[in-house]
Design a binder for this molecule. Structure first.
Ligand code: FAD
Length: 402
């Protein structure tokens, strides 16, 4: 196996490096990350870290001493500029060249940004991806400030929830007919629209951003219906793109992510990929997942396969989002659903069950850990409960597992 280089020191890269050591890989492991900080988890960035409830130390994936103790050469604040697959080398920004026997790409994804022509370069316009983005944004979270959130996906809504909790005056604009349209059924959108309305967040749907307004810093926005709204800061949550720049530059096959086979190997047999940046085969099609669960599981599979494991990766998609006191947990992938059924519980509990015909695909569970747990197990076992049983509150969900 020899020398292994991992590019991207995020969730997947850190998991891969640690797994290599726990599996007994004895050769050199180098983990290289562009951000000037040790590997950290991103989910709290738009939740407890942004709200100030969790300090920086809670974000780190490993203790500061872990990397040395496990003989992992962690190089942060270092960007890999290119790969030469023939020579099996990577070149750093500093022009230093490092040789590998096997290379793993865990380069994650990059937020889509607003072009300068739409005001994306103005001061007080923030993306939501890195610690640096959140630190810059949080410094502007003053009570009474007017925050405009562009994009009503999970990341934008989480930022909206924190801003509203901290006393900012929040407006979310979503160009699609409804928030969460890309990822959830109308019933889930309705739940979160109501939740935010209850916290005085204004949600504008079906209306796009024409451009942000302001000379040097943002002062407002012109919307596609001609309306102008005032803002002291803007948060742009309009999706992410897999970071395939290195892979594409090296001539690897790329299609909505760095293409891998079921083992995590790219079109170059010495190069592997995992996490947000990787597109891989799943139930007869090619998918890419943007979640912590996938980043960890896939990276650990790749580590095993780099060591000759030959284990194919079976993704078990799951995701969560925290907004105010509501915990959303998602099991499965709802792509291709043609019907949903809802189970309405007490205390704002609601679960939305996605089916294709009679086949259960996914569950969105709001404040309902049991629905999530049962749904996840059923999906993993490829079992589909009767839809009438799911909505029947007289039936204990756990009995569906028997
Ligand atoms: P990343 O964590 O993005 O790490 C990739 C790293 O590679 C980056 O640090 C990048 O700088 C580095 N890199 C890229 N190119 C180079 C290069 N050429 N040289 C050196 N370094 C490079 N998921 C959930 O499941 N639940 C949640 O609630 C949730 N909330 C989220 C909230 C926020 C605000 C964000 C941003 C994400 C959230 N996610 C959540 C998604 C989750 O964090 C990602 O899916 C996960 O971080 C992916 O891990 P990764 O290692 O693939 O990529």
């Amino acid at each position: 196996m020899g020398s292994i280089i991992i590019v991207g020191a995020g969730q997947a890269g850190a998991s891969l490096a640690a797994k290599l050591r726990s599996l007994g890989h004895a050769g050199p492991v180098t983990l290289i990350g562009e951000e000037p900080v040790a590997p950290y988890q991103r989910p709290p960035l738009s939740k407890a870290y942004l709200s100030g409830e969790a300090g920086l130390y809670r974000l780190f994936l490993r203790s500061a001493s872990f990397w040395n103790e496990h003989d992992i050469a962690l190089r942060v604040g270092v960007r890999v500029e290119s790969i030469d697959p023939d020579k099996k080398t990577v070149t750093l920004e500093s022009e230093e060249i490092l040789a590998y026997d096997q290379l793993a790409l865990t380069t994650g994804s990059r937020p889509r940004i607003l072009p300068a022509a739409l005001g994306g370069q103005l001061k007080n316009v923030f993306a939501v991806r890195t610690l640096a983005h959140i630190d810059a944004m949080a410094a502007n979270f003053r009570k009474g400030a007017r925050a405009l959130i562009v994009g009503g996906g999970y990341i934008g809504l989480e930022a909206a929830a924190v801003a509203a909790k901290l006393g900012l005056d929040v407006t979310v604009i979503e160009a699609a007919p409804r928030i969460l349209q890309r990822v959830a059924a109308p019933e889930t959108s309705d739940y979160f629209r109501r939740l935010h309305a209850g916290h005085k967040v204004t949600i504008v749907e079906g209306i796009g951003l024409t451009r942000l307004l302001g000379e040097r810093e943002v002062t407002g926005a012109l919307l596609s219906d001609g309306r102008e709204i005032e803002a002291d800061l803007a948060i742009v949550g309009i999706g992410i793109e897999p970071d395939v720049r290195l892979a594409a530059g090296a001539g690897l096959t790329v299609d909505n992510g760095i293409c891998t086979d079921e083992f995590g190997r790219t079109s170059d047999p010495a190069i592997w990929a995992a996490g947000d940046c990787a597109s891989f085969p799943h139930l007869g099609r090619r998918i890419r997942l943007e979640s912590v669960g996938n980043a960890i599981d896939q990276a650990e599979h790749v580590a095993e396969n780099m060591m000759g494991g030959g284990k194919s990766y079976q993704a078990k998609p799951w995701f969560w989002s925290d907004q105010y006191e509501t915990k959303l947990q998602i099991a499965g992938l709802n792509t291709g659903y043609d019907r949903v059924v809802s189970r309405v519980g007490p205390d704002e509990a609601l679960s939305i069950w996605y089916y294709a015909g009679s086949r259960l695909l996914a569950v969105d569970a709001m404040n309902d850990a049991r629905a999530y747990m049962v749904g996840k197990r059923l999906i993993e076992q490829n079992r589909s409960p009767d839809q009438a049983d799911v909505v029947d509150l007289g039936i204990d969900l756990k009995s569906l597992l028997k």
